[in-house]
Design a protein. Structure first.
Length: 298
């Protein structure tokens, strides 16, 4: 096996002539490697981007809570002041403030439009709570609010946070599963191409055996050629995939998951492993195919 790896680097002109330099197996190998590498780059980018977005949302929701105050108009201001006083005395609360009418209108604008007349509607008062690093006692805060401000309801955003965490884990798992399936498909296609090339050159292999060529020498020639073809095709597919990701709009434009479909920081180095992994898959697939076919031709 070590000799096979050395043979990938050291070029042997005689061994290269054993494998046909052209034909449908060449095009099939190059196209398959390029297409699978392109899909791998996008699967990896989607998995990482979805994980980053869900983590960001989860962290923001974990640090923020909301208190909704529903009370008659004459008592709303008093209960709001009471809740702010309670929050100011609660350990673990970093800051708290009542949202203005304009801010509440902006929250409702995507559903009701920009001209919502809040003044004529019985709207609750929202208070934004930012917790400190240690957090606060939510159960104790609820009990105190129930006693001093009966119209106040604490929402820790748990019903939003938990699905995001679950979705992040599943998206990461789905991304890695897609990459594994892509790798398996690449190996299968390379195996078929190598098998076809070996079978088509059965007469050449027989002549090589007559002149003293060993099966290891013949297999090494096919392994080297198909591994390098896969490496070349995967490198092209990876490059095209990276260019496509660079052409995607940045996350700052709309803040959506598709606009953030790209790598971040050192993650841009991860796609460089795709051609190497594809070459490793091709190496193993061709080695197994060569052993099988040469055994059948013996």
């Amino acid at each position: 096996m070590l000799d096979r790896f050395k043979g990938l680097i050291a070029r042997d002109a005689g061994a290269d002539r054993v494998v046909p330099p052209a034909g449908f197996t060449v095009r099939l190998t190059l196209f398959t490697a390029a297409a699978m590498a392109f899909l791998t780059v996008f699967a990896l980018a989607l998995s990482l981007a979805a994980g980053r977005l869900a983590t960001t949302w989860g962290d923001e929701l974990a640090r923020a809570s909301t208190i909704r105050i529903s009370a008659p108009e004459g008592q709303l201001a008093a209960q709001t002041a009471t809740v702010l006083r309670v929050l100011d005395q609660t350990p673990g609360v970093d800051s708290a403030r009542a949202l203005t009418a304009d801010e509440q209108r902006a929250l409702l604008e995507p559903w009701f439009g920009p001209d919502l007349p809040l003044e004529s509607l019985p709207m609750p008062q929202l208070i934004e709570v930012q917790e400190a690093s240690g957090g606060y006692d939510a159960d104790g805060l609820r009990l105190r609010l129930q006693a001093e401000a009966p119209g106040a309801v604490l929402d820790e955003h748990n019903r939003w946070r938990r699905p995001l965490v679950t979705a992040a884990g599943r998206l990461r798992l789905l991304g890695w599963a897609a990459i594994v399936l892509i790798g398996a498909a690449t190996g299968a296609m390379v195996t078929l191409a190598a098998h076809a090339a070996l079978a088509a050159n059965a007469q050449v292999i027989a002549v090589l055996r007559l002149v003293g060529a060993t099966d290891g020498y013949i297999a090494g020639a096919f392994v080297r050629r198909f591994t390098l073809r896969t490496l070349t095709g995967a490198a092209v597919g990876t490059l095209v995939g990276l260019i496509a990701l660079l052409l995607m709009p940045s996350a700052g434009d709309t803040g959506g998951i598709l606009t953030g479909l790209r790598f971040s920081g050192v993650q841009w180095l991860w796609p460089l492993l795709v051609p190497l992994l594809a070459a490793a898959v091709a190496f193993l697939a061709t080695e197994l195919a060569a052993r099988r076919v040469l055994g059948e031709l013996a």
